[in-house]
Ligand binder design. Structure first.
Ligand code: COA
Length: 160
């Protein structure tokens, strides 16, 4: 799948990231927060969409030979069309070009969609932080650490 809309994150479109984030997560990251990320060394980000509008976003931080996924989301109405997978593959390619040899992230154990996404791309869980998150109903939720070597598995080898 190829996104028809792809734009790198910059101070001018930071508000689009904040607007998309607000529709994907229970908490909020402000426009200033995204603009601050974009001004930080090693941070790269993209917006993507199937039409002319941004429907999905990804923010990465590359430090030394590692790439951290800071945040990723797709608007609810645009999910399961491959946008997050497209952005992660695009981001992994760019991160590798910047010297990264692996990608990592933390995700709530209860986030089945994200776990399925990372698993499909060849990430494997390699750690746990007990009670790291708090759900809306006040329950504590473990964070799972996931990591993948770069390049990510291809769709064909990943499906084997
Ligand atoms: C997780 C999230 C980013 C996935 O975005 P998306 O654009 O819908 O993902 P894709 O369409 O690229 O999915 C790629 C693959 O991931 C897996 N996947 C994604 N969402 C899934 C779901 N809800 N259930 C099962 N598998 C899922 C599937 O293998 C899917 O391939 P398929 O559709 O061919 O079966 C999206 O659900 C989201 O924004 N959630 C809220 C924010 C969030 O949790 N971010 C991640 C925090 S770590």
């Amino acid at each position: 799948m190829s996104a028809l809309f792809l734009q790198a994150g910059n101070p001018e479109n930071a508000s689009q990231f904040a607007a998309l984030y607000a529709q994907c997560f229970d908490d909020a990251w402000s426009t200033d927060a995204f603009a601050g990320f974009f001004a930080s060394p090693g941070v790269v980000a993209w917006l993507a969409g199937l039409g002319a509008q941004a429907e999905s976003f990804l923010v990465l931080r590359i430090a030394a030979d590692e790439c951290e996924i800071l945040t990723i989301g797709t608007l609810p109405a645009a999910r399961r069309h491959g946008l997050a997978q497209f952005l992660l593959r695009h981001g992994a390619f760019e991160a590798q070009a910047m010297g990264a040899v692996s990608m990592f992230l933390e995700v709530a154990e209860t986030n089945a969609a994200a776990r399925a996404l990372y698993s499909a791309l060849g990430f494997r869980a390699n750690g746990r932080r007990v009670g790291y998150y708090r759900s809306q109903d006040g329950q504590s939720v473990d964070a799972l650490a996931w990591r993948a070597a770069l390049p990510l598995t291809s769709p064909i080898s990943g499906a084997a």
